[in-house]
Ligand binder design. Sequence first.
Ligand code: HSE
Length: 327
Amino acid sequence: MERHWKIGLFGFGTVGQGFYQIIQEQKLPIEVRRICVRNPNKERPGPPELFTYNAHDILEDPEIDLIVEAISETEPAFEIVKEALQRWLPVTSASKKMLALHLPELLALQQETNTAFRYEAAVAGAIPILHLLDEPLHEPVEEIRAILNGTTNYILTQMRLQHWSYEHALREAQRLGFAEANPASDVDGWDACYKLCLLARHAFGKILQPSDVEVQGISDLPVSLIEAAQQQGQRVRLLGRLKLVNGQLEASVKPEAVGPEDALFGIEHELNAVQVDLRYSGKQLFTGKGAGALPTGASVLADVLKLIEGKAYAYPKEAKSPKKVAA
Ligand code: HSE
């Protein structure tokens, strides 16, 4: 008989609910057995008997095979993922900030416990970019340019197309479930920065800390700048960049105007895009939905299926350049 996989889910916000909905709709041998949430007083669209407020109801349940961590608090997320690995439970995490800050410790734990750990939903939503970069490319990555935050791309698009105010566009991005619980992380560029740190590890084999990245968001961006770009036939994007210069990784997140000749010009609304410049093949563009319940939930499911196969990331670039990036 086919094995039935039982998931312990942490968090029932945008990502958790998207994942849960997809599991209900798909005919897969996968079941969400328990959901751990923080607030017992909140109404939730799911069977009440699934919910618990105690992490150990999941972590100590011998029936649970896999953990999905999708909570918004950084240190509690770290504790959950750490304890899951210590208990030999494969785990997927969507917590970008936590991963950007704690990835080296978690990878050491993955190795020590020989327990698989993935985090595809943490970077560029539905685009399987970490999975793609994890393939052993036979040529070096020279540069990455990327739109990594759906909220800011949506805001910039609506300000230009609909002439919405920044505040109105942000409220809509929150209503649509694109923004973080604290949207300052989106609009100040930090969410994109955390994702850029994770990309650095997979594209260049470099450990990049958020403090190594030059970060500027869009919250102070004058409307006149967006209008001036438009008058010149350009569009403003919040761009993340990674570039190797003399063996050192330069990293930044900042608003930039791009023209119609640029592949990132047509990336609108909550779409994300990652342009990878390879030494011999040149530029390749990967694009797709970067935020929202179902795209990120689908990305979590892709990780769960890989974890069922026992597949962790291979980090093929590590051996060549495992050095820490200079601050
Ligand atoms: N707040 C994030 C964004 C969600 O807008 O891109 C997906 O990581």
